[in-house]
Every structure is written in C-alpha cells, then in structure tokens.
Design a protein around this ligand. Structure first.
Ligand code: GDP
Length: 201
C-alpha cells in the first residue's frame, strides 16, 4: 500500500526545533506544516502518517511545544510541526508569541505549500480554527482539514458533520479541502498521503 504514495512518509526524520525564524533551514525545497488545537490529535496523526514515534514524542517534549519542529522526508521535502493553538498544553506560549513565531512563519515562508489542520470531528471549527482559516485566506496558503477521531462517531454522525463543515467552508473551497481521518484506526491515511504528494509535487 505504501507504494501508492510518491513520498515514503515512513522515512521522516527529526531535523530540528526552532524558537526563532532565523534558525529555520534555508527557505528552499518544499514544506508542509501541521497544526491543530491541543488534544485534537496532531501528534497521533504524525505518528500514524510516519510510523515514527520519535516525531510525535518531540512534538510533546516540554520546552519544544513552543517551537516549530521540523522533519525531513527527503532532501527536498520537509514537514513543520507548528505549536498548537487553544493553548491548554502550551502554558508558556502566549497568543502574541504564537503570532510572532507561527504567524510570521505562515506569512513569510516561501517554500510553504500548505497546512494540515487537525480537528476533533466531535468539535469541528472552533473559534481558533475559524480564525486560522481566515488567516490562511489572507495569507493565501491552502489548508487541508482532517476531521480526526472519526472512530468515535457512527457513520451517520460522520456524514452529518462532514456535510455541516463542507457547507461552512464552501465559499473557500478553492483553498480549503477536507477529509475524514482516524489516527487510531488509520482511516484516511492514504488520502492524506495523496494530498501531501500533490502539494509536494
Ligand atoms: P495533540 O495534543 O493534538 O498532539 O493530541 P494527541 O495526539 O496527544 O491526542 C490527544 C488524545 O486523543 C490522546 O489521548 C490520543 O490517544 C487521542 N486520539 C488522537 N487521535 C485519535 C483518534 O483518531 N481516535 C481516538 N479514539 N483517539 C485519538
């Protein structure tokens, strides 16, 4: 199945954590970022995609939760794990700090191809998610939404939520896409790989 994706996401390697944009690797090749509210399942998604527990552990390491954590996929392709918003688990990261680091990264990073936004399917499109989408719209970077933890809902409930979210993002459908995901069961991982391949191509 792995052969279906152009990039082998299991080859992901931790590169570095940065607290300042000056520490980022040269703005070359291509990056895709991943972000989400605390507890939406960002670390679990990374783990399901890469099968590399080191990466999800890094994204939880105290002191590194306020950093941008970079992973290499190939010599030209990287992923950037962005500090979560909805700060429950990131006590030292004020909104202002988040804007200075993450906001500036999103505004200025030339090699950024898009952002994966992880949401808990039971609580989709929270205020912070909507603010993020508005910001994406302003800065012109595409967003791919994962409605994660779909294993927690029935098929009918999933369909209903998907429909509700689709209706809300419809006006922005040329830059926002959406899929069902479960970091627990692996549902949607191939589709996520295809989206990343498309962005990285
Ligand atoms: P993060 O704070 O966004 O990095 O979230 P975590 O990856 O640590 O996940 C938060 C909690 O949700 C953990 O207890 C995970 O085991 C759980 N979780 C994450 N993804 C899923 C999923 O797809 N299904 C279920 N049932 N639980 C999940």
């Amino acid at each position: 199945m792995r052969g279906m994706n152009k990039i082998n996401y299991h080859k992901a390697q931790f590169l570095l954590s940065v607290a300042d944009l000056k520490q980022l690797p040269p703005d070359e090749g291509a990056e895709v970022a991943i972000v989400g509210r605390s507890n939406a399942g960002k670390s679990s998604v990374l783990n399901q995609l890469t099968h590399n527990k080191t990466l999800s552990r890094v994204s939880k390491t105290p002191g590194r939760t306020e950093h941008i954590n970079l992973f290499t996929l190939t010599t030209k392709h990287r992923m950037a794990d962005l500090p979560g918003f909805g700060y429950a688990k990131v006590p030292n990261l004020t909104q202002e700090k988040w804007r200075t680091l993450v906001g500036r990264y999103l505004e200025t990073r030339e090699c950024l191809r898009g952002v994966i936004l992880v949401m808990d399917i039971r609580h989709p499109l929270k205020d912070t998610d909507q603010q993020f989408l508005a910001f994406a719209n302003e800065c012109h970077f595409p967003v791919h939404i994962l409605l994660n933890k779909s294993d927690k809902l029935s098929f009918q409930q999933i369909k209903k939520t998907l429909h509700q979210v689709e209706k809300i993002i419809l006006p922005s459908e040329d830059f926002i896409s959406l899929q069902i995901f479960s970091a627990k069961s692996g549902v949607g991982v191939k589709e996520l790989g295809s989206k990343l391949d498309e962005w990285f191509a």
